[in-house]
Structure formats: structure tokens, C-alpha cells
Design a protein around this ligand. Sequence first.
Ligand SMILES: [Zn+2]
Ligand SMILES: [Zn+2]
Length: 313
Amino acid sequence: MFAGRAWGCPKPQPGGAKFRFRKAGRTPRTPGRYHGCTAVLSTKHGKEVVIGPPLKALLGLAVQVPAGLDTDTLGTFTGEVERVGTPLEVAVRKARLGMDAAGLPLGLASEGSFGPDPRVPFVPLHHELLVFVDDRLQIQVVEQMMTNRTNYDHTTAASFADLAGFLDRAGFPSHAVVVRPNTGLETRLLHKGLRTVEALQAALRECASASRDGLARVETDMRAHMNPSRLAVIRRLAFRLGRRLLRCCPVCETPGWGVVDVIKGLPCEECGHPTGLVSELVEACPRCTHHVNRPRYDGRKTASAGNCPYCNP
Ligand SMILES: [Zn+2]
Ligand SMILES: [Zn+2]
């Protein structure tokens, strides 16, 4: 099935076929089918520094960033361009932007979303998704994670002195901030990527005086190159994606075998009633319909009574 030579990849070496027979669910130490290939990463925010090395080390896959690509046309965190569609749709569109620009069949893109955690009051939630698109195999392989370890936050301030606590929590100056007027229609005033006290003070003065209430709105800058916390999450996803692309479907041998869904209902240890906790993971092939339900990685068979809607209503 994979005998043909795909554009962007080296010619298969004799004997390469021996790597094709792998057991699903295990990460082999042999190079995968992407060894020597190049994938386009669509980013204008330096994500290649954390996505490139893991994929090179795990897969032998080179990552290339096309020059002059403007991914902001698909949406910005600061709202100048509204994001249309789900994060996955946006990530795939973004990957295709780069694939079209470079004329390569392999593409990568990540998409981050931030907001309040619906499960925990006053705690921010970061959802990050990394997608790999292979047009030769017609597959999309997705790794994603949710974490509360983000500095996502905003505040208002009349002067620099008002910001002491906020800047501490935001991780300034290693993490940049964004400043704009708190009210009014002056949308042209938007200072992004502020990483020095001087630049922040100047932006505060300008935006506070342009705002009807005399306040500037100060936000954490969530763009990857301005936010080391976010970069760390993308790096973890790159490792996960690399390991996933080494795992092949036991039926059709397509790379990218891994968890695509979870089944909830882990039984209560006291009464056996299904709880909201995950009981099984669904692993599937990105190409054919083959899938397998497997137990939780941690081996847990029951949930504590504290999670049970009957024992602990
Ligand atoms: Zn129970
Ligand atoms: Zn398959």
C-alpha cells in the first residue's frame, strides 16, 4: 500500500519494509515511515523551536516553516480577527495554509484556546491541540491536552503601581503582556508583546489616557513566542505526537494509532454504580475503522465513593 515514493520523502531503502510489521500500542525504536521526510509547520510565532527537535529525534522528520506565512488571518487571541470554527478545524486549516505555500503533503499546526475552567471557579484553563496532516495517506493525527498551568489572566490599571500582583502572577517579563484602553472605540491602540518595564509604562500611559474611565486593560500575551508556559505545553504535545506517529494500526499499518476517545462510567467501589470517571480508552486508527477499547493506563478498576452520584450525591 505504501510502496510508491511520495514527494518530499527520500526513496525507500531496500529492507525498509521490515519496519512495517509492528505491534500496535508499542513504540518501536526503529525509524518510522516519516524518516527523512519534511513537514511544513504553519506558525509565525516561533513554535518550530519546540516542535522541530522532538519530531527530528523521534521520527527523523524535518520541520520547515514557510517564510511570510500569516496565520493571524485565521484568528488572533487579541480579537482583531475572530476565529471561525472549532480549534481542530482552525488547526487543520492552518496546517493546509503552510502545505499549500510550500507544496508539501505533510503539515503541522497547533491551536491554543484559553478561558475559565468550567470545573473550578477562578482557575484558568489552557487547551492546546497539535495536528499532523498527511495528504498522501489522507490522515489527520491529533494530540491535545488541557492544563491549569497557564498564566492566562487580565486586569485593569491606571498606573504601573496597580500592576505589581498581576505582573507577578503573569510571569512578567519572561511572559509578555498586552495593553489597550479599557473602554472606547480606539481599537488602533493595541500594544502586544510588552516585555520591558519601560515599554509597559509607556503603553499604560497612552492607553489609560485614551480610555474614558482612565484605565488601561492589561492582558497576558498568549502567543507562543511570548509565553514560555504555552511553549512548554506545545513541546510536550510534540513528543506525544512523535511517539504516536511511531505506533501503527495493526490492520492497515497506517501510523498514528492512539487514543481518540474515552468512555466514562468507572464503577463505584461501594455500590458499583457508574461514575463520571473514565473507565476505558478508545484507541483507533486515523485511516481505517479499526479500534480497540482498552483499560485505563493506571489500571484503576473502581472509583472512590466520593465520585459516586448515589453514595455522595
Ligand atoms: Zn456508589
Ligand atoms: Zn488502520
